[in-house]
Design a protein. Structure first.
Length: 271
């Protein structure tokens, strides 16, 4: 039975993997294959010394920039995950602001009500007795019950005032906690603007990666044709593209740093 269930789960997983779009990832580092490297060397050899050096320099710079992009992307993923986890942790802590204090005040109100309930019941009974005594018109009984009611009323007023004071303290504490939560959540909401900037930068990188892929194909075609001038133009474009990708990554680093600073600021207020 378990074996059949496991097979069913695996089948569904494979099916979903086929149906769902693949996750968006950073473009792989483009490097020359063994065959393409031979074509590159032959193309370079046919160029003038200055163009040959330029072609080699552009390719090396292109590879170095791609490696830097890959390393930065790894750091950004870690930073982004850290920021997301920290924000989630902070939001959970915000929900618990003054919880112990509020719970204690709430318990006090409940305990006071329970403690004084017998007094309130006794007062209610005395009031009913007074009403009955008045109905029958027995002056001595009415006077005695009235005295009992008056004495109980003093205690009831004191009890109600004590309960009211406790309720006011609870209400005030709730309001204060709510204000703190609102203030901190408003500060955290500033993260949304930074995340929108991150999203915009990632979208730009995605488009640049598409351009890089297309231009890389053009470079390989130029190398197969041993067209040195076109190869230089393609590598010049490729280097420009990876520089733009790098610039977008640097922007993302700045946005993530701002998110980390917001988290840090709010976190300090929770201490």
């Amino acid at each position: 039975m378990k074996s059949r269930m496991l097979k069913a789960v695996i089948f569904l997983t494979l099916l979903l993997s086929a149906l769902l779009p693949a996750a968006v990832t950073e473009a792989a580092v483009n490097t020359l294959s063994t065959t393409a490297q031979k074509q590159f060397d032959k193309t370079k050899a046919a160029l003038s010394s200055s163009d040959s050096a330029k072609l080699q320099s552009l390719y090396q710079s292109f590879i170095q920039q791609q490696n830097a992009i890959g390393e930065r992307d790894t750091r950004l993923k870690v930073t982004s995950k850290t920021n997301d986890d920290k924000e989630s942790e902070i939001r959970q802590k915000i929900k618990l602001i003054d919880k112990a204090k509020l719970d204690a005040l709430d318990r006090k109100v409940t305990q006071l009500k329970q403690y004084y309930q017998p007094l309130f019941d006794k007062y209610a009974v005395a009031q009913a007795e007074l009403k009955a005594a008045r109905k029958y018109g027995i002056k001595e009984l009415t006077a005695a019950v009235q005295l009992k009611v008056d004495l109980l009323e003093i205690s009831v007023k004191g009890a109600k005032e004590e309960i009211r004071t406790a309720q006011n303290a609870l209400s005030s504490a709730k309001s204060s906690a709510s204000d703190k939560m609102k203030r901190m959540r408003t500060q955290l909401d500033a993260i949304n603007a930074q995340e929108q900037q991150v999203s915009t930068a990632k979208s730009a990188i995605s488009q640049l990666n598409k351009q890089k892929s297309a231009e890389w194909s053009d470079l390989l075609y130029a190398l197969r044709s041993y067209d040195g001038k076109t190869a230089i133009r393609s590598l010049t474009t490729l280097f420009s593209v990876v520089q733009q990708i790098s610039a977008q990554q640097i922007k993302i680093e700045g946005y993530e740093n701002k998110i980390a600073a917001i988290n840090k600021s709010v976190s300090y207020q929770l201490v």
